[in-house]
Design a protein around this ligand. Structure first.
Ligand code: UDP
Ligand code: MG
Length: 336
């Protein structure tokens, strides 16, 4: 009973406030109709429970199937659809959505229905009730479906990432989040070209709260993640948020150098005191190969950071917008 009263009070307090729902999608033709149906449910529930109006901002991240047409046909209510000129990646698609959002609250959601309405409503209710809070994010309750090795890699990745940082990047958190207008504005200001969203959210420093959830199974279609993409994603995380790998390798390099130096002294003394020692081919080969290999690995790693720096230095636009459609477009002038 008190819960209902609580919602009623929220509904009155938030009248005329707007929730923008940003939905990046890539080739989600099989999910489009289901999503459109879910969108109506979500908008209704958000209006009834919280008094907010809802606008969907769908971002087509370079789809090559007919998902754009399907979304355009089946979406109802207030929505607009931004089409990017090619696939820029989900993280960039979200930025495009943020650039075109003006709502008082912004919800980020996947198009494949893995992010469910009830979790979204729960997050919205939390952020509305606590004015100190600027973001609520959903964390996958368990990764049991992942293999042990994958979990170990993920765990180590975040441990290294968070070493010596002033802010912590949470593990297992995705892009299923709701944020306030000022949080969205902060995200818009962060114009990183290689975008590692999890790091950016943490970097803003705003107060954030986590809730646990069990993602639903994908309704249709297949995940867009591959092992290759995951590795690239981790490298992006490091090069834009952590200098720890470089530090570890510098320390390791210094350690190897000191060992080499001591060994060198030993050899010089031997030569001085007991004459020229011809044997030594094995130790020579080992030293050359180990140091050579280390050098190559180090140069590769430094190269990743240089490439990241170069990508930023080029100052290319982060994404290119191809077109904008939907009923919301007539109301808002699109400046792009
Ligand atoms: N997505 C995107 N661009 C990409 C890859 C994915 O916009 O380059 C969208 C995708 O259509 C979906 C969401 O991002 O709406 C999450 O992708 P996916 O379901 O493949 O990831 P998973 O849920 O497996 O982590
Ligand atoms: Mg998914």
């Amino acid at each position: 009973m008190t819960k209902v009263m609580g919602f009623k009070r929220l509904a009155v307090a938030n009248k005329a406030k707007q929730l923008d729902v940003i939905v990046p999608f890539l080739n989600e033709a099989e999910s489009a109709i289901h999503f459109a149906r879910m969108a109506v449910e979500l908008a209704d529930a958000v209006r009834e429970r919280f008094g907010l109006t809802t606008r969907f901002i769908l971002v087509d991240d370079g789809s090559t199937d007919n998902s754009v047409a399907l979304f355009e046909t089946h979406m109802n209510g207030d929505w607009k659809l931004l089409s990017l000129s090619r696939n820029f990646g989900k993280e960039t698609a979200i930025l495009a959505g943020l650039d075109h959002s003006e709502g008082d609250y912004v919800l980020l959601m996947d198009a494949d229905l893995q992010h469910t309405t009830d979790v979204a409503l729960d997050m919205i209710s939390r952020i509305l009730k606590d004015p100190e809070l600027d973001m609520v994010y959903a964390v996958r309750a368990n990764r049991e479906d992942d293999r042990l090795l994958t979990r170990w890699f993920a765990g180590t990745f975040y441990k290294i990432m968070n070493m010596g940082q002033r802010y912590e990047i949470p593990e297992n958190a995705g892009d299923f989040r709701v944020m306030t207008k000022r949080f969205a504005a902060a995200m818009r200001q962060l114009r990183d070209r290689k975008r590692f969203n999890k790091g950016l959210y943490a970097w803003t420093g705003f107060r954030q709260e986590r809730i646990e959830y069990m993602p639903a199974a994908r309704k249709a279609g297949a995940t867009k993640w591959s092992k290759r993409k995951l590795i690239a994603f981790s490298v992006e995380g490091f090069t834009s948020f952590s200098v720890v790998p470089l530090r570890i390798l510098s320390v390791f390099g210094a350690f190897v150098a000191i060992l080499g130096f001591l060994y060198g002294i030993k050899i010089i003394l031997e030569v001085l005191f007991s004459g020229v020692a011809v044997p030594g081919y094995p130790s020579l080969m080992v030293a050359v190969l180990v140091i050579g290999g280390l050098n190559l690995a180090l140069v590769g790693l430094v190269g990743e950071y240089v490439w990241a720096a170069l990508s930023e230095a080029k100052h290319r636009p982060i994404y290119i917008l191809k077109s904008v459609s939907g009923p919301a477009v007539q109301q808002t002038a699109v400046s792009q």
